[in-house]
Design a binder for this molecule. Structure first.
Ligand code: ASP
Ligand code: MG
Length: 467
């Protein structure tokens, strides 16, 4: 079995949906079952969320956006399927739009803008795109719309729900067993990405780009031979091509590298790497709908080589150093123990933490939006130590993190040596360095005003001018 996910830009217009049809026609769907997962049409999720908040604030403008959403989908359908050939499809799309309108109207009436409302409204985007794509593809080969809320069971973290894998995987297996029994063997299910349902039947969404997550869960639950992300780029690049125009597509990545990249929010594979995929060793391709013959990126257990594969940047960080001149009175290990207790339990995410053999200090970075809160928490926790002048705190704002990803990164000494020499040559200072235990991540903290230059220098050093 093969499961393919088509993202928002791959379903944005009639022409693009036709391209999906062409790609599918090159497959031997009678010999290998194929399942499609789809995102909402490009920009629709944003517009739906905007509609929901306008309606909740009693701003009539939501009606204009609704009208636009409605016309865009009906026009798309009419470009792909004639009403007389498939009146049911028209009926379904109009029914979903009508329900959306009723929902928005109720939100306006109730002035309710809880997160669950956002998820309910966002869920219409994938219902619409999957219904239209299924109607079109069904004119080429047997295809049918499938609402994933029947088997993607989630917790109730609205807008960023986690899939309850055990429950969902049973539900998925049962659902598709039945599906392929009832339908002709090679009917292609067109599944809504991104949306799920809590046990008490509230619609949820799986976070932005969550269709990748749906794909991964289906792939693992159904033991797919391969899963594929079809988007509008040729694969996973060595850096964000918008920042580094000379970046290149990486033909292979290991799961671990890909997981690090999806954590650092390389959009095309965001949320796509889940432990169950790795456990079952299910490989993943990243392919371009607009350039289907390009090789893409192949993600699997074994990466061919140890090499740096990607460099990315994360902005808006604050670096905090806690230090003591009296390591006898106050040990840094003890400080770290208390930090690790206080900050994570307040929901603070530490992007990086370093401590060397020195017993004097510990340094960590956090997002600047959390800086004030962190300062308050530290003030309370270490009140006594500050009063006694045992502890000092130093904060550096406007920091960026440059992250290098590659298997066995710490063994790539000549690469790293060259990077350090090149950075020095450009007078770029490192304010912190951390090496992840996954063996494939090395991060540098840099002043934000030097981060773009640093990204260019490092990318050039690795990929354009390798040693
Ligand atoms: N439509 C959702 C989004 O825009 C999910 C996805 O595209 O995967 O984030
Ligand atoms: Mg998308």
């Amino acid at each position: 079995m093969k499961i393919m996910k088509f993202g928002g830009s791959s379903v944005a217009t009639a022409e693009r949906m036709r391209q999906i049809g062409e790609i599918l026609l090159t497959l031997d769907i009678k010999n290998e079952q194929v399942i499609l997962v789809v995102s909402a049409l490009r920009n629709i999720t944003d517009q739906l969320l905007e509609c929901a908040s306008l309606a909740a604030n009693n701003q009539e403008d939501y009606k204009k956006i609704f009208k636009y959403i409605s016309e865009r989908h009906l026009e798309l359908l009419s470009n792909l399927v004639e009403e007389k050939n498939n009146p049911l499809a028209y009926g379904s799309v109009k029914k979903i739009l009508h329900e959306l309108y009723k929902t928005l109207h109720s939100i306006q009436y109730l002035r309710d803008n809880d997160l669950y409302i956002l998820d309910l409204v966002a869920s219409f985007g994938e219902q619409l795109s999957a219904t239209i794509l299924a109607a079109y593809l069904n004119s080429l080969f047997p295809a049918r719309f499938v609402d994933a809320r029947q088997f993607i069971i989630t917790n109730n973290h609205f807008t960023n729900a986690r899939v309850l894998y055990e429950e969902s995987s049973h539900a998925i297996q049962n659902y598709f067993d039945q599906f392929f029994k009832q339908e002709e063997e090679y009917t292609v299910p067109i599944v809504t990405g991104f949306i799920g349902m809590t046990k008490d039947k509230h619609a949820t969404t799986l976070g932005r780009d969550g269709s990748n997550y749906t794909l991964a869960v289906l792939g693992a639950a159904l033991n797919a031979r391969v899963i594929e992300i079809w988007s509008d780029v040729d694969g996973v690049y060595s850096a964000d091509p918008k920042l580094i125009p000379s970046s290149v597509v990486q033909p292979t990545l290991s799961y671990i590298e890909a997981e690090e990249l999806s954590n650092f929010r390389v959009k095309v594979i965001r949320s796509a790497i889940i432990p169950q995929l790795i456990e079952k060793n299910i490989p993943m391709y990243v392919k371009n709908t607009f350039n289907p013959t390009a090789v893409g990126t192949y993600i699997s257990l074994h990466a061919k080589s140890s090499a740096i594969k990607n460099v990315s940047v994360m902005h808006g960080l604050v670096l905090i150093t806690l230090s003591t001149l009296f390591p006898i009175e106050i040990s840094i290990s003890h400080i770290i123990e208390r930090l690790f207790r206080v900050l994570p339990s307040a929901g603070i995410h530490l992007t990086l933490i370093t401590q060397t053999s020195s017993t004097h200090d510990v340094c960590f970075s956090i997002h600047e939006t959390e800086a004030k809160r962190v300062q308050e928490l530290i003030n309370i926790e270490f009140l006594h130590e500050f009063q006694q002048n045992f502890l000092m705190i130093k904060k550096s704002a406007n920091q960026s993190l440059i992250v290098l990803i590659g298997n066995n990164i710490k063994q790539l000494l000549s690469n790293l040596g060259k990077i350090f020499i090149d950075l020095d040559h450009h007078h770029i200072r490192l304010n912190g360095i951390a090496h992840g235990t996954s063996e494939c991540n090395m991060s540098f903290v840099i002043n934000s005003n030097q981060s773009h230059k640093a990204l260019e220098v490092i990318h050039h050093s690795i990929f354009q001018n390798p040693s």
